[in-house]
Design a binder for this molecule. Structure first.
Ligand SMILES: C[S@@+](CC[C@H](N)C(=O)[O-])C[C@H]1O[C@@H](n2cnc3c(N)ncnc32)[C@H](O)[C@@H]1O
Length: 316
């Protein structure tokens, strides 16, 4: 992180003078916070001050002719990419100097997206979210969606996140063997990598809000929020759909701004956000699914240990 080449890279993306002019300007966005806006996200972003968002999470339409209520998901490819470049440029502009951008899409479209983003921000990770797709014939079976993780600068906010150790469904034994060195096993869980295979897609219609065809699991987005933001930071979701990011932000005590061009989706997202409550386990915000902690920050586990007067092992 602090090697000479990394520092040189940072300098090319953001000089100290630029940094000063990018100081957060919280004025001018208060009226947007805590709401889902029934509007074109590009227009909304253009109205936002530079350097005002801690995190942007974007799950745009994939141009695969999905049946949205308002949006026609079948633009000519060149038009789709030109539009993508427009909103990505705005998304990077509104990020705080230590802010992060996540873009969720199918791998093919992410290769084009990444080419645009490499000129606008710092590449951090291509996260593969294992989603067990259907065989398509004459191709490898598509088994992941990609999540591009970029930051405005090299020195962005980042927290290690842990997930519970994987165990056998039948006998509950740990799947990873430490070769007799059990003491190496962390007391809560493993450090999350760039392959996420412990979070499942929402496949069943009954688990989705009415009419939205592609809702993401709340705990998928919570993992990104825990990794890159603190309590009170602002998360912006330009394509909020059914409002999974709105719920995730509220459950983790972050502030939220969302947009969707469909009024029905905005209303549904607002309703879900209103119902959501902060989720803490003792003093720490955690991501919970089916009554189990699925993501927790390493720093919070350490703080808890310190409070309990333990230096090494404890159950989270
Ligand atoms: C893939 S869905 C997002 C789903 C969402 N992440 C969820 O978990 O429910 C994309 C959404 O973008 C919306 N949309 C399309 N074009 C838009 C635009 N220009 N501005 C704002 N929203 C737009 C669509 O109406 C659709 O709800």
């Amino acid at each position: 992180m602090n090697s000479t080449s990394d520092l040189a890279h940072t300098a090319s993306k953001c000089s100290p003078l630029e940094k000063l002019s990018e100081e957060p300007e919280d004025d001018g966005i208060e009226h947007l916070i805590g709401k889902v806006h029934d509007t074109d996200c590009l227009e909304l972003m253009r109205s936002m001050p530079t350097g005002s968002m801690s995190m942007v999470f974007a799950d745009p339409p994939f141009n695969l002719n999905k049946k949205y209520t308002s949006y026609k998901d079948n633009l000519p490819f060149a038009q789709y990419m030109a539009w993508t470049e427009e909103w990505l440029t705005e998304a990077c502009r509104i990020l705080k100097p230590d802010g992060s951008l996540f873009v969720y899409n199918i791998p093919k479209l992410l290769t084009y997206t990444s080419a645009i983003l490499n000129d606008l921000a710092e590449f951090r990770h291509w996260i593969a979210w294992n989603s067990n797709g259907q065989p398509l014939g004459k191709t490898l079976q598509p088994a992941h969606y990609g999540i591009l993780f970029y930051t405005k600068n090299r020195n962005s906010k980042f927290y290690d996140v842990r997930a519970p150790h994987k165990t056998c469904r039948k006998c509950d034994a740990y799947l990873k063997d430490y070769g007799g060195k059990e003491y190496l096993r962390h007391e809560f869980g493993y450090q999350v990598s760039d392959v996420w295979d412990d979070i499942h897609r929402i496949r069943h219609r009954s688990k989705r809000i009415d009419s939205h065809p592609c809702q993401l699991p709340i705990h998928l987005i919570e993992r990104m929020i825990l990794m890159t933001t603190d309590e009170g930071d602002i998360v912006f979701d330009p394509f909020c759909g059914g409002g999974s990011a709105a719920v995730a932000a509220k459950q983790l005590g972050r502030r939220y701004i969302g947009a969707d061009i469909d009024k029905g989706y905005c209303d549904a997202a607002t309703e879900r956000m209103t119902q959501a409550k902060p989720v803490k386990n003792r003093d720490a915000y955690v991501s919970i699914h089916l009554n189990k902690i699925v993501s927790m920050r390493d720093i919070d586990i350490k703080l808890r240990n310190k409070k309990n007067g333990r230096t090494k092992k404890t159950n989270a």
